[in-house]
Design a binder for this molecule. Structure first.
Ligand code: ZN
Length: 346
């Protein structure tokens, strides 16, 4: 909100005219609307492709619609990235056409000295050209960099593509920074810094995602053979004995055909042992509303998340109603330890 006030003041100082100050405010607000429309371009395509866009951060040079997850398909990223500049490419001729109809075809800095309606529209047309061109510079993480990354990813894979796009982005950032400093354009120098760090941050995100990808629940779960199960008819003393003397903490409850009915956890068993109620069988104690997971589910994205959300230390792994194993907090912990070791070798 400071920007319109700043330019209003700046324009008023230059011209001494209130109208010019008002024009400056209108131009800045219109600029924000153009940036916003650019971001909506990204969001709209992202939503069409089924990706969530949680928030839009508006920067003076262009917004940043952050995607919660990077698109899995490189082509999707290209589509989303190109949609923003495309909005500006569509808007620019509209502004120019109306300006032309109003009889204006020369450029005036309307932020400094105000201008006619035609001149303002012409200026906005120029701004849209600038937004499109500037964002399409292949300086990652700007739109052009994303297009480059997406196109490269189809050939060399996401990690390598991001590395190349980041390097190109950092090269541009470096050039912008030097140029910005030499020409006294501090805004450009600032943008350069933003691009530089944006590039390396994104590089890490992709690397991490690639390392985490591919592991499924079945890769690390305790298989059914290694899992001690109980039936609802087991008596309480037996499971208590298993908890105290065995290595397993939580027990899936299954029927004769191996279908999952519920689970009894270590905490519940120990609490029951100390409660004044006398429990006869597992049936009286077991939890029937237990979250389960498929053996094909992603280990970190799904397994870890469901464990966290449920607060359980183990999840029954179920395929078409039948128990096939157990995924414990320790399984996930060991897998992530291995992953971190591998990450250091990169
Ligand atoms: Zn954009």
């Amino acid at each position: 909100m400071l920007l319109p006030i700043f330019f209003a003041f700046y324009s008023y100082q230059n011209t001494g005219s209130l109208v010019a100050a008002l024009v400056a405010v209108v131009v800045i607000l219109a600029l924000f609307v153009c940036v916003l429309l650019h971001e909506f371009g990204h969001s709209l395509v992202a939503q069409r492709l089924g990706l969530e866009v949680p928030d839009i951060t508006l920067l003076p040079i262009g917004g940043l619609a952050r995607l919660k997850v990077l698109p899995e398909k490189p082509v999707d990223e290209v589509k989303i990235a190109i949609a923003g500049p495309l909005v500006n490419i569509v808007l620019a001729p509209i502004f120019f056409a109306v300006a032309f109809l109003l009889g204006t075809d020369q450029s005036v800095n309307v932020l400094e000295r105000g201008g006619s309606a035609g001149q303002v529209l012409f200026f906005l047309g120029l701004i849209n050209v600038f937004l499109a061109v500037f964002n399409l510079i292949p300086a990652f993480p700007m739109d052009g960099g994303r297009v480059l990354r997406g196109l490269l990813a189809t050939r060399v894979g996401p990690v390598r593509a991001t590395d190349i796009a980041s390097a190109v982005g950092q090269f541009f950032a470096f050039v912008f920074f030097i140029f910005g400093l030499l020409s006294g354009n501090l805004l450009l120098a600032l943008i350069a810094v933003f691009i530089f760090f944006g590039a390396s941050g994104e590089s890490q995100i992709v690397r991490q995602r690639e390392l985490m990808r591919g592991l499924t629940v079945s890769d690390v779960m305790g298989t059914k053979r290694r899992t001690e199960t109980v039936t609802p008819y087991h008596n309480f003393g037996q499971v208590l004995d298993s908890v105290i003397h065995g290595y397993q903490e939580d027990f899936p409850v299954v029927d004769e055909s191996g279908r999952l009915l519920g689970m009894v956890t270590r905490n519940e068993i120990l609490a029951a042992a100390h409660s004044p109620n006398r429990y006869g069988t597992v049936r009286e104690l077991m939890k029937t509303e237990v979250p389960t997971i498929s053996p094909h589910a992603d280990l970190f994205a799904d397994g870890y998340r469901i464990l966290q959300e449920s607060g359980l230390r183990a999840l029954p792994v179920v395929e078409s109603g039948e128990l096939v194993g157990m995924l414990t907090v320790d399984d996930v912990g060991q897998a992530s330890l291995l992953r971190d070791l591998r990450k250091q070798q990169f």
